[in-house]
Design a protein around this ligand. Structure first.
Ligand code: PAF
Length: 283
């Protein structure tokens, strides 16, 4: 049975007791409105850990004032069912003042990998993510943490957080889950109109087209980015935030990638008021 816990103190007490009993704890941090991508993370955690904690917290710190915090989709009843079916033991669902009580005054600020791409468009976003993730790690006492590759740069930021603070936790990044037309699963897909939802398939199509170009020997960044843009622009009325090729391990934007270098293709595209991201790694 799935237990829902809403206070940080109780969640941490349960986690510490499990730890002392020799259990291995896996955590799946989420903002709720769970989909099959989250289910795959929970399954993976289930196969790795004795105790699986799914956290649901729409973290105000990682939204800018102009972003979608107030309209972010929520459905705790459906989330509870999905998490239970996927094999979670605990659902941690704090309210904001539980995570950020009066007087809370701390920011975990990660440098380097936070600067490009999402960092340009959303300058305060990754500090918000790093701060909440560090706290969730301490509350859940997790031995392993499961994140989706869809948020590629976020996974790198969490990796850096873990290394720089020597947090004793194993980061597991799981493959992006996609719908039949290639659209990466995201809670934000509900914002899309039917027409935009159809158009959104162009993201994965452009990633695959550029991947084919790499496979056929192209290693020049500008040529790869041009290929991404050209394919994206076959969809009318979209707005490209970035369409980039970078070193898969450092996010460095080399002019020409060495054949030994992994390349990550990264996209952020606006469909009306909805901003979608996606990526593909080619090694
Ligand atoms: O990827 C998310 O859902 C969020 O950024 C996370 C990791 C739960 C932190 O709020």
């Amino acid at each position: 049975v799935l237990h829902t816990i809403s206070t940080a103190a109780e969640m941490q007490r349960i986690a510490l007791a499990a730890k002392r009993a020799g259990k291995r704890i896996g955590v799946v941090p989420t903002m709720g409105f769970l989909h099959d991508g989250h289910a795959s993370l929970i399954h993976k955690a289930r196969s790795d850990a004795n105790v699986v904690i799914v956290t649901i917290f729409v973290n105000p710190l990682q939204f800018a004032p102009t972003e979608d915090l107030s309209r972010y989709p929520r459905d705790l009843e459906r989330d509870t069912e999905l998490a239970a079916n996927a094999g979670a033991d605990y659902l941690f669902t704090p309210v904001p003042h539980e995570m950020y009580p009066p007087g809370f005054d701390l920011t975990v600020s990660v440098g380097g990998v936070t600067a490009p791409f999402e960092g340009v468009s959303r300058p305060t976003h990754f500090n918000g993510v790093a701060t909440v993730v560090a706290k969730l790690f301490l509350i859940t006492q997790a031995d392993s943490a499961f994140f989706g590759q869809k948020d590629y740069q976020q996974a790198m930021v969490v990796g850096k957080l873990i290394r720089d603070l020597a947090i004793p936790i194993q980061l597991v990044v799981c493959p992006t889950r996609r719908d039949a037309d290639g659209v990466a699963m995201s809670s934000r897909n509900v914002y899309l109109s039917p027409e935009e939802r159809t158009k959104a398939a162009v993201l994965y199509k452009s990633l695959q087209t550029a991947q084919n170009l790499i496979t056929s020997g192209e290693r020049r960044r500008e040529a790869l980015e041009e290929c991404l843009r050209t394919t994206l622009n076959t969809a009318f009325g979209i707005n490209i935030d970035y369409a980039a090729a970078a070193d898969a391990d450092t996010l460095e934007q080399c002019d020409v990638f060495a054949t030994t270098q992994g390349i990550v293709l990264l996209l952020a595209v606006r469909f009306g008021t909805t901003r979608l991201i996606d990526n593909l790694v080619v090694r």
